[in-house]
Structure formats: structure tokens, C-alpha cells
Design a protein around this ligand. Structure first.
Ligand SMILES: [Zn+2]
Length: 162
């Protein structure tokens, strides 16, 4: 008898303890539901971001790394031409090799800085002589004497003037 009385008491006691525990999860249930909603919202934004990245890749410049390399080599050649013309020729040779291998057309602003005779970078007063006569710019290499001329001073090709 006493055991039967004890067991219901234990059951009651067990029932009594889960009741507060049930009451606690009730507020806890909305709490996981709230983080779940931002996760659902984050997934579409990730998808949108991925789509945007893919679109940006599609619109990106082809051979961007090579153009960056060419830009670096031009700057390096300009920097060293006064101290070491042979090193500048080596850099210009690398530029021509990159453009030839990937069939890239060098921008006019770059190709006009490269000597066609000895592959040195043409910097006015250091490795080249520049004369302007009758709207014609003539650049003469000081090491090999090769001269090239073009009309107008167009070092920046992004000039929108017609
Ligand atoms: Zn030259």
C-alpha cells in the first residue's frame, strides 16, 4: 500500500516537475523560430549575391591579370630605364611576349612608349627625344635612333573629345 502511495506521489512529482519545464520550452520555442527566419532570409540573399558575382564575372575584363601585369611592367620599365636600360629592355620584352602569346592588342598609350627598334621604353629626356611640328609628334629613340611619329598628343585614350 505504501509503495502504491509512493509511486503516485513520484508520478505526481514527475508530472509536477515537467509542467514548469513545459512552461519554459513554450517561450523557448518561439526563440528558435526567430533565428530560423533570418536563416531563411539569409539563404536567398546568398543566392542573389552569388548571382551578382556570376554576372560581374561575365561582365569582367578578359585577361585582367595579364593587363595588370603589363601595367606593372610598364611602370617598372619607366622606373629603371635611367639606371639600367637593359633591365628596362627585359621588361619591355616581357610585355611584347605576353601580348604576342595571348594575342592582345596593346593600348596606344603603351605601344607608343615602346621602341620598335631596340625594345627600350621611351621616356622623354631620358631615353627619347620628342619634337612637335605641324601637329605631328615625332619620338626618336636615343639609343638606336628609331623614330616614330603620330598626330596629336594622345597619351590618354579615354579622352571623349571627338
Ligand atoms: Zn630604340
Amino acid at each position: 500500500m505504501s509503495e502504491a502511495e509512493v509511486t503516485p506521489k513520484r508520478q505526481k512529482g514527475l508530472d509536477g516537475t515537467p509542467k514548469p519545464s513545459l512552461a519554459q520550452p513554450a517561450p523557448a520555442q518561439p526563440a528558435p523560430a526567430q533565428p530560423a527566419k533570418p536563416v531563411k532570409q539569409a539563404k536567398p540573399t546568398k543566392g542573389k549575391a552569388a548571382k551578382a558575382r556570376k554576372a560581374a564575372k561575365g561582365r569582367g575584363v578578359k585577361h585582367k591579370v595579364v593587363y595588370e601585369r603589363i601595367n606593372y611592367l610598364v611602370q617598372a620599365a619607366v622606373a629603371v630605364v635611367e639606371l639600367s636600360p637593359d633591365l628596362a629592355r627585359h621588361y619591355v620584352g616581357n610585355i611584347r611576349e605576353l601580348a604576342r602569346r595571348l594575342v592582345l592588342r596593346l593600348d596606344r598609350s603603351i605601344s607608343r612608349q615602346l621602341c620598335k627598334g631596340c625594345d627600350i621604353i621611351l621616356v622623354p629626356h631620358i631615353s627619347a627625344k620628342v619634337r612637335i611640328k605641324a601637329k605631328l609628334v615625332t619620338t626618336t629613340c636615343l639609343s638606336c635612333g628609331q623614330s616614330s611619329s603620330h598626330s596629336g598628343i594622345t597619351f590618354a585614350t579615354s579622352d571623349p573629345s571627338p
